[in-house]
Write a protein that binds this ligand. Sequence first.
Ligand SMILES: [Mn+2]
Length: 246
Amino acid sequence: MNPRPVIGITTDSNDDDTRYMSTITYAQAVERAGGLPLLIPYAVDHALIPQYVDLLDGICFTGGNDMDPKKYCDEEWHPRCAKMDVRRQEFEFALIAEVEKRRVPALGVCFGSQLMNVYRGGSLIQFLPDQPCEDEKNRLEHRRLPDKEPGRHPIKLDVNSQIGKAIGKSDVSVNTYHKQAVKKIGRGLRVIATAPDGVIEAFEDPTMPLFAAVQWHPERLADEPEHLAPFKLLVSKAASDSPRKK
Ligand SMILES: [Mn+2]
């Protein structure tokens, strides 16, 4: 049996930033897609990042709390934001620089998509409910509210994008757990999916082996083939385009 492609998974922390945390579904989705999941700790010296990236054939930048808005605009923190551990924030910006330099296939999920966009000079909407909506009656709730079941909404996906080809259709029902989203799209990135209210739900850099990201959480829906598909895409690109094999 060929060894599986190694897929790095970025980690989060508990509420007081004393323990690493990783929602089990990321590693499960990677394993089901044929990869070998490997969690990456973030409270380490950034000088170690190249050696971590040496281990990887692909990477998933995972979900998390909110990054400091100073990373992408002059606004103060929105009062409804949840601040990310600054050690994770700074580690991930350093990690993505190394990942991009080596063209390691990368999939971003939720916060991971926001990281990829801001790393490329894009910006974020800090709190979607405050954002004016062109068509108020079509405004969607993108957050998971405490008194509600996890919500889903439709998206329109470009079937000519890498994720679109992997999923194989343009109308997809996604889950939604975010209060932030892409405002300005970053350099070299192309929007590939939007919600009916215009919120950007996915993008890619078509010039990279894989540099694509989704605002939803496909790993939590991995029983549905269309949501396992982005992870299968990541594992397949990690197998064919790993910088470790070049
Ligand atoms: Mn959404």
